[in-house]
Design a protein around this ligand. Structure first.
Ligand SMILES: *Cc1c(COP(=O)(O)O)cnc(C)c1O
Length: 367
């Protein structure tokens, strides 16, 4: 047969996830750590990989890594599950708590993967939009949950791409107000220095998501994890791919996690640079940066799409949200090395100056 029938109806109109990764000199588009794993940790990783039996299936649950993460968080192995990136665990969440006839509460603008997963699993997505300053409309969320029909909620803290943490008292209130599963996505908590981990002991309905991709420089390896009650972990275990975390990734994760103190200076530098870039952006006429607790800054400006192009032509790749709902006119720049950040700032200053010059010329011509 030279034709094929249509795929499942929920795929209609969906576009595959596109990170918009283009060749550039300064990659400030994907919230990665600008510094790769250092040479000593790399040597440790190489030694461990050399000892991995490649002909054998990996430990399906990555128990050695699980134990390391459990211990660091004052938990037991049964409270931890490792995934092929946080993204796999987000999909598992939609498989386990979503599905036909079930509802997911989303707080847009936020990480687009959540709504895409809901759609793929035929889960209804109920939006409670953030306010204009991107803070959560807490009363509206609690009011919507009171109806009792929501099966799971995701609160991203800090929220990607807007940057601010969710207030801890609000999350506690949320956990007390509903029996829906509440995922707090802490993919960037190493940069905000705040976690809801203390709320785990008293709240069976809390699940915390974290990743090795951002602070720990392992976006290329694909490792994430959740912390939750053993019963919640069991439900995720029912839907996960049995061998999604390969044996090589497991030992890389172990090496990095055991050496995690070595990443601290890099994290501190990113936090300091975030403050510097925030101030420098605020000083550029017409550029309005939003506060950030993460490793990027979202900013709004006139001609954002043209600015994206201008920066890209000069080797700086940032993320263009200028046509995304609720984020009109916004670009998101990951905090890079000080040199990369300088390059971003110089590019933006030049763009704004060139536009002002153009406008002045046009005004003279029409006078
Ligand atoms: C990056 C990110 C993740 C997880 O990414 P992985 O690379 O799949 O671990 C989860 N949530 C948010 C909001 C992110 O930005």
């Amino acid at each position: 047969m030279n034709k094929v029938r249509q795929p499942a109806p929920q795929l209609e109109g969906l576009v595959p996830y596109d990170p918009k990764y283009l060749p550039a000199e300064a990659y400030l588009s994907a919230n990665e750590n600008p510094r790769d794993v250092d040479a000593e940790v790399r040597a440790d990783i190489a030694r461990r990989i050399a000892a991995v039996p490649l002909n054998r299936y990996p430990d399906p649950l990555a128990n050695r890594l699980r134990d390391l993460i459990a211990e660091a968080n004052g938990l037991a192995r049964e409270n931890v599950l490792i995934g092929n990136g946080g993204d796999e665990l987000l999909f598992d969440l939609a498989l386990a708590w979503g599905g036909p006839g079930r509802k997911f509460l989303n707080l847009p603008p936020t990480f687009s993967v959540y709504a895409a997963n809901a759609r793929l699993t035929n889960t209804a997505c109920v939006d409670v939009p953030r306010r204009d300053d991107f803070s959560i409309d807490e009363e509206a969320v609690l009011r919507r949950l009171a109806a009792g029909d929501i099966d799971f909620v995701i609160v991203t803290s800090p929220n990607n791409p807007t940057g601010e943490r969710a207030p801890l008292p609000f999350i506690e209130q949320l956990l007390n107000a509903t029996d829906a599963l509440v995922m707090v996505d802490e993919a960037y908590f190493e940069f905000s220095r705040e976690t809801v981990r203390p709320l785990l002991d008293a709240h069976e309905n809390l699940v915390i998501l974290r990743t090795f991709s951002k602070a720990f420089s392992l976006a290329g390896v694909r490792l994430g994890y959740i912390l939750a009650s053993p019963w919640v972990i069991d439900q995720f275990a029912k839907v996960r791919q049995p061998y999604s975390v390969d044996a090589v990734s497991q030992v890389v994760g172990e090496a990095v996690f055991q050496n995690r103190a070595r990443f601290e200076p890099g994290i501190r530098e990113i936090i300091e640079e975030r403050g510097r870039v925030q101030e420098a952006l605020r000083a550029i006429p017409g550029v309005r940066p939003y506060p950030s607790d993460a490793n990027w800054i979202l900013f709004r400006m006139e001609g954002a799409d043209a600015a994206w192009e201008y920066l890209y032509e000069r080797g700086v790749l940032v993320r263009d949200f200028s046509h995304a709902p609720g984020l009109e006119g916004c670009l998101r720049a990951t905090i890079g090395t000080p040199e990369q950040n300088d390059r971003l700032l110089a590019g933006l200053r030049a763009f704004v100056a060139a536009r002002a010059e153009e406008r002045a010329r046009a005004a003279r011509a029409s006078a």
